[in-house]
Design a protein around this ligand. Structure first.
Ligand code: PGA
Length: 272
């Protein structure tokens, strides 16, 4: 596991974008797993800048998003307007700024009438695309990956999940309050890739920032693997794992000095 610590949110975002851009350049038809939330916004801004100023080409890239709210509170009929769907978020924060083809974008359908069938289809679509080359992930305040809330099986697959009170509170604070939406109108369910689905990605890139995430990041990376912190499944992943943190999010890691030493050694010897 490569743990990289950067001075600020901005530097964390640039580092994550660089890792994604490296893959897009080396494999132009790569499959990216994408995440929503406040954490990846800077990464997406940097990727959009790279596209605009450096010609980073997304024309053959396919994307699969981790999750989408299910039911109440989203309106996919107007996904690019002021609704709170993740489809809208992805469009506003990244997709409308790059040259990705519409048919290559996959985001769970939060209004499907047949969620079980849809979830099976989503898993098959990922397989048909050749699997996810690099999955970008944040981490929730309750330790979740995507909407795999505490208690989700570490072998879980794409499915509907009920959101915890903590996730509802976090989402309210980050997004809904600003949009003037009442708590009662927030979605309480989501369609989410499972932990088992995420672990099949060939590479994992997890990012986190801010002191609010420090304790959960330490539990995820250094604590026991547990379904109470579903992101702790990162310790089970068999492919390339990179974790990029800002100093605040890294501040409660017991092994911080060790991780920084390893990163410096790799830089000095030209391994990264
Ligand atoms: P955040 O959410 O980026 O808004 O903190 C992260 C997550 O829930 O995965």
């Amino acid at each position: 596991m490569d743990i990289i610590v950067r001075d600020s949110y901005n530097e964390m975002s640039k580092c994550a974008a660089k890792i994604i851009a490296r893959l897009v350049k080396s494999k132009p038809d790569c499959v990216l797993g994408l995440a929503t939330g406040s954490t990846p916004i800077g990464t997406y801004q940097e990727l959009a800048r790279m596209h605009k100023e450096e010609g980073l080409d997304f024309s053959q890239v396919k994307t699969f998003n981790l999750d989408e709210y299910y039911g109440t509170g989203i309106d996919l009929a107007k996904p690019y307007n002021l609704d709170q769907s993740y489809a809208r978020f992805m469009h506003e924060e990244l997709l409308k700024h790059i040259n990705i083809k519409k048919e290559n974008i996959h985001i769970p359908d939060g209004l499907t009438k047949e969620p079980e069938k849809f979830c099976i289809w989503y898993e098959e679509a990922i397989k048909k695309a050749g699997g996810i080359d690099l999955q970008l992930l944040g981490i929730g305040g309750d330790g979740h990956w995507a909407f795999n809330e505490p208690g989700s099986s570490l072998a879980s697959r794409t499915r509907i999940q009920a959101l915890t009170q903590q996730t509802l509170d976090d989402n309210y604070e980050s997004f809904y309050q600003k949009a003037g939406i009442e708590r009662a109108h927030m979605p309480h369910f989501a369609i989410t890739m499972g932990i088992g689905t995420i672990l099949e990605a060939k590479n994992i890139l997890m990012i986190a920032n801010g002191v609010k995430k420090a304790a959960v990041v330490a539990k995820c990376l250094e604590g026991p693997i547990t379904s109470q912190i579903t992101a702790s499944a990162i310790q089970l992943h068999s492919g390339g794992i990179t974790v990029v943190l800002d100093q605040d999010a890294a501040s409660k890691l017991n092994g911080l000095d060790h991780y920084m030493h390893i990163e410096k050694l790799k830089q000095d010897y030209g391994f990264c």
